[in-house]
Design a protein around this ligand. Structure first.
Ligand code: IDP
Ligand code: MG
Length: 140
């Protein structure tokens, strides 16, 4: 049986602006995962650089930080057995044009940067990411 896990989900700026955040969060709740925290916020540069620190040397880092700080996002914490992998599966591939039909990125992503959603890639990453966005007191 998969372990109880938490994952950080971010609905990215275009998906929020297009009014898809409730649908995206709802699809994840539909997996049977529990939404234990939710907020809308505008990421500042320091937060975006910390969240994407692993990509600091990548050619797309500057564009990614500029994009993620360009408008409000919706951040959520989901909890459940196997939450990390199940959310990644529902999200689809990083490049929406390569994402499986019916996944969030296939349905709402515009391109590889504006790909609608972020989901933590491992339990340890999730713990770090959640701490960047939420105080423990904000998590149910
Ligand atoms: P992931 O979000 O599927 O885990 P990562 O490789 O961790 O994908 O990349 C983080 C984010 O950086 C992606 O979601 C996407 O917004 C952006 N990104 C990744 N690869 C590229 C690229 O080749 N060009 C532009 N942006 C990219
Ligand atoms: Mg990643």
């Amino acid at each position: 049986m998969a372990a109880m896990e938490r994952s950080l989900v971010l609905v990215k700026p275009d998906a929020v602006r297009d009014g898809h955040s409730d649908e995206i969060i709802g699809r994840l709740e539909g997996l049977g995962l529990k939404k234990v925290a939710l907020k809308t916020l505008r990421m500042d540069r320091a937060l975006a650089e910390k969240h994407y620190a692993i990509h600091r040397e990548k050619p797309f880092f500057g564009e990614l930080v500029a994009y993620m700080t360009s408008a409000p996002i919706v951040a959520a914490v989901f909890e459940g057995e196997g939450a990390v992998a199940r959310i990644r599966q529902e999200m689809g591939a990083t490049d929406p044009s390569k994402a499986d039909t019916g996944t969030i990125r296939a349905d709402f992503g515009r391109d590889v940067t504006r790909n609608a959603v972020h989901g933590s890639d491992a339990v340890e990453t999730a713990a770090k990411e959640i701490r960047l966005f939420f105080a423990e007191e904000e998590i149910a």
